[in-house]
Design a binder for this molecule. Structure first.
Ligand code: NDP
Length: 255
């Protein structure tokens, strides 16, 4: 793969797909120079948080664990300051919006509060990241620092992990608000693609498959297989895919 100078930020990196991404990025030939692994409960005692801290101890020159609650504007601002001083002039190459919550309710059973919570995590958090005062300057700095033409994940890129349940083409009756939140994230990505095209920032939505995590439950894919696929797709992205919706095998998904 690409340039050996990639700085990457992953949200929700303490468990599930996020933690597996951190693991595979540092333990595979992924060209990651600096990996900023974000989670909201840094001092948590849960096994997964310890897993992330252990990984960071094992790779102290690459992984920095940062506190970040994507629904809290103060937390976003605080982490943005830290990211700025960590990445410096080289900027941030790859931002992976991975946090998500699943709401199982239907229209009739989901409360407005649950709906707001899902929208806050799944849409507003990713949107706040890309806003001017937060992470955008670091992505723009990565574009300026790169001497290579075109777009890729080793130049500035924002990858949002979303879901095919957000696809208008395949509406399912089982839940209402997770698909709505996923669809919102997908549309946000399309809008950002156009708004930041001039800044040469690549935006893409990736569907990880149905994966065995706390969210995915029994799933059909193991996190390892899904993340292997996601990283391979990220590795292959160019300006041709900006604004695309792909799955972890690189297949184009219907909006
Ligand atoms: P998990 O439930 O296993 O992990 C979710 C992660 O998001 C956790 O690290 C959690 O942190 C974090 N998170 C949630 N809310 C916040 C918040 N406000 N601030 C910071 N972190 C937060 O989910 P998965 O790993 O399965 O899912 C990852 C992504 O993949 C999600 O966006 C999901 O929608 C998507 N996806 C997953 C599928 C699957 O089958 N697993 C299918 C389709 C899409 P904490 O531990 O603190 O709660």
């Amino acid at each position: 793969m690409a340039a050996k100078a990639c700085s990457v930020l992953i949200t929700g990196a303490n468990r599930g797909l996020g933690l597996e991404m951190v693991k595979q990025m540092v333990e595979s030939p992924w060209p990651v120079r600096q990996l900023l692994a974000c989670c909201r409960d840094l001092d948590g005692l849960r096994a997964e948080v310890r897993g992330l801290r252990d990984l960071a101890k094992k790779h102290p020159n690459v992984i920095t664990v940062l506190r970040l609650d994507t629904t809290d504007p103060c937390s976003i601002k605080e982490s943005a300051k830290q990211v700025g001083s960590l990445v410096g002039k080289a900027g941030l190459n790859l931002l992976v919006n991975n946090t998500g919550v699943l709401t199982h309710g239907t229209m009739q059973t989901t409360s407005t509060q649950d709906m707001q919570a899902a929208f806050n995590t799944n849409i507003m958090g990713p949107m706040d990241f890309t806003k001017v005062r937060e992470f955008l300057p670091y992505l723009q700095a990565a574009a300026t620092a790169s001497e290579k033409p075109g777009m890729s994940c080793s130049k500035p890129a924002v990858v949002s992990i979303s879901s095919t349940v957000g696809s208008m083409a395949t509406v399912k009756e089982m839940y209402s608000f997770f698909p709505m939140a996923s669809a919102g994230l997908n549309m946000l990505t399309l809008c950002a693609t156009e708004e930041f095209r001039k800044d040469e920032i690549l935006f893409v939505v990736l569907h990880p498959g149905w994966v065995c995590t706390d969210m995915g439950g029994e799933g059909v894919s193991l996190t390892g297989r899904s993340v292997e696929g996601l990283l391979s797709v990220m590795d292959s992205l160019t300006e041709k895919q900006t604004g695309a919706f792909l799955d972890y095998e690189g297949k184009v998904m219907p909006w």
